[in-house]
Design a protein around this ligand. Structure first.
Ligand code: ATP
Ligand code: MG
Length: 569
């Protein structure tokens, strides 16, 4: 492709709202343009990248027996009412009406639509298992669309759904998917981790996310510095603490004055006790009413763990409204002794003796609290958020690290949640009817491109991993007005293109400085710089974008070796 015939609107400056390198460079290199908040047009160079990711995804999905379909993006509300999600999905779901006033939504995901398709066609265990996938546009009215196409409102997703007669078959496909995802992200040239993720009420090890480590990531991953344990911090396990010796007995429960001392730090300072000595009481609103979570003062409660322990549908920390509705609960002084709600304690809490806790009275705390003696605990469990340096729950000697990550993919065993609600049933060998067991599996296509830039860039621009680069080689003629240079560039272009290499020939009548800057910004892995001086001695210059390495090679002999050089990247 000739630069002069392409459409590559590069920019010198980043737009003011672009906070992350990938967002900045996707705009500056002319890959995408914003149409509205979270809604982007993909320009020719950007589409070349997305198509490459799609090809890799397709190959790997086909390899494990996935069947490609293309489902409608507009979905009837009836299906969502059947699954029960019409009312719980909230504002992320873009609801629309047609001219007959019928309700629809723009699909944020496709469980309902695919389950409807399958229930109409599949009746017998003999037709199972089946895995379908599609690469298609989704719309989610995200609260905070940001970072360009990393978190858009309209975005491309590969979503896959599998249908099975039993658990074992579901697990087999889940394993196949995990391997396919691993190959996909490896082939994209990404460094990633497969981490355990929240599978909600299903429990077990049936949900994994594929994460790229990056400071701009919105997720946090906990992983061991020694073994392969890795988990979303939302559910990373903490190792049960070993009590160091018998617990000293607690003293008498005593109410003390703590005027205006609300936070753990304030109380710790005021009463001269360590935060480890304090019991933190956090109230949560949930669909089961108000519940309390207890943790040691230096710890945070992990709401996802608490939600899964209780088995509720939703749960969030109590807010001002809660306290307004409960004048008996003095914010900052709430404590577990005599609290009239179900209390769930992290396993470190029962090990504290002589604890300090809120007294449920304004400006008062209790000292000498003995958890076993004084608190009516419903259940003790691992409820705390893992922090860096915690012992690894799996291997023992390892220490946990906590880093930010970008979720590129998510695989999930759904069980019979949708098939039962929507009556997607099959008959087994004995003629008995059962709901199908399902799995679902997603990859963000645009987000993968953005994450690749997060991982591969420098201060000059993108450094594409070769498999995703819009072009593999960029030819830069130093002086377009020089006949020999022009001819050599043209021949190089024709030769390499004929060899199947994807080449961008910068045939613009621009200063060479501009061409170099643009080439670095676009991130083409290999640049061939052709100029009169080198040509006189029968040479051209090769520059590797990522390493910055420069070499001169005999011309035109070097052209035959370009595929080899690219393979070695
Ligand atoms: P997140 O927690 O980041 O919102 P999610 O858990 O909602 O993601 P899934 O429903 O599992 O995501 O969707 C599958 C994949 O689609 C994600 O792993 C991600 O790569 C991609 N994805 C999800 N939301 C967006 C978005 N708003 N913009 C771009 N890609 C997205
Ligand atoms: Mg989301």
């Amino acid at each position: 492709m000739r630069y002069s015939q392409n459409f590559i609107p590069t920019l010198k400056e980043s737009p003011a709202d672009a906070e992350t390198p990938s967002h900045q460079y996707m705009i500056r290199a002319g890959l995408i343009r914003q149409l509205a908040a979270g809604i982007y047009s993909v320009l020719p160079l950007g589409l070349r990248v997305l198509r490459k990711i799609e090809i890799i995804i397709r190959e790997e999905m086909n390899r494990i027996g996935g069947l490609e379909v293309f489902l409608p993006s507009i979905q009837p509300a009836e299906l969502w009412k059947e699954s029960g999600r019409w009312n719980i999905y909230g504002k992320e779901l873009l609801r629309i009406r047609d001219r007959h006033d019928r309700e629809f939504c723009y699909g944020p995901t496709h469980e309902e639509v695919i389950t409807d398709m399958v229930r109409r066609e599949v009746k017998s265990y003999r037709q199972l298992p089946l895995t379908f996938y599609q690469i298609q546009t989704k719309f989610r009215d995200e609260v905070r669309p940001r970072f360009g196409i990393m978190r858009g409102r309209e975005f491309m997703m590969k979503d896959a759904y599998s249908f099975h007669a039993d658990e074992a078959s579901t697990r087999k496909t889940y394993e196949d998917m995990a391997q396919a995802y691993t190959r996909i992200f490896q082939r994209c040239g990404l460094e990633f981790k497969m981490v355990e993720a929240d599978s909600g009420s299903i429990g077990g090890n049936f949900s994994h996310e594929f994460m790229v480590l990056a400071d701009s990531g919105e997720d946090e991953i906990g992983f061991c510095d020694q073994c392969n344990y890795a988990s979303n911090v939302e559910l990373a396990q903490a190792r049960p603490p070993a009590p160091d010796g018998p617990r000293p007995p607690s003293g008498k429960l005593t109410e003390v004055e703590t005027p205006n001392q609300k936070s753990v730090e304030e109380v710790s300072r005021f009463l001269s006790v360590s935060p480890q000595q304090i019991i933190k009481t956090i109230l949560f609103e949930s669909d089961r009413g108000l519940v309390a979570g207890l943790a040691r003062g230096d710890r945070q409660i992990n709401p996802v763990k608490l939600k899964n322990l209780i088995g509720c549908d939703w749960l969030h920390p109590a807010n001002e409204k809660t306290f307004e509705a409960h004048p008996d609960l003095p914010c900052g002084f709430v404590g577990p002794v005599g609290l009239p709600f179900k209390i769930f304690a992290d396993e470190e809490v029962p090990l504290i003796s002589n604890a300090v806790a809120g007294a449920n009275k304004v400006d008062r705390h209790l000292t000498g609290v003995d958890p076993a003696r004084d608190i009516k605990i419903e259940r003790v469990a691992d409820l705390r958020r893992v922090v860096e340096g915690d012992p690894c729950p799996k291997c023992g000697p390892g220490k946990m690290k906590v880093k930010r990550g970008i979720e590129l993919g998510h695989i999930f065993i759904l069980g019979t949640k949708y098939s039962a609600a929507m009556k997607s049933h099959f008959l087994d060998e004995k003629g008995q009817e059962h709901p199908m067991v399902m799995g679902c599996y997603g990859i963000g296509v645009g987000r993968t491109a953005a994450a690749a830039i997060e991982q591969h860039h420098d201060e000059k621009g993108i450094c594409w991993p070769r498999p995703l680069a819009p072009f593999e080689v960029q030819i830069i003629p130093v002086k377009m007005e020089d006949e020999a240079t022009r001819t050599a560039a043209e021949n190089t272009y024709l030769t390499l293109t004929g060899m199947g290499v994807e080449v961008l020939l910068d045939d613009r009548n621009e200063r060479v400085g501009v061409k170099f800057k643009d080439a670095d910004l676009l991130g083409t892995p290999l640049q061939i710089i052709i100029g009169p001086k080198n040509l006189e001695s029968g040479q051209v210059e090769l520059k590797y974008r990522k390493s910055g390495k420069n070499e001169t090679h005999p011309f035109p002999q070097v052209l035959a070796e370009i595929p080899k050089f690219l393979n070695n990247l």
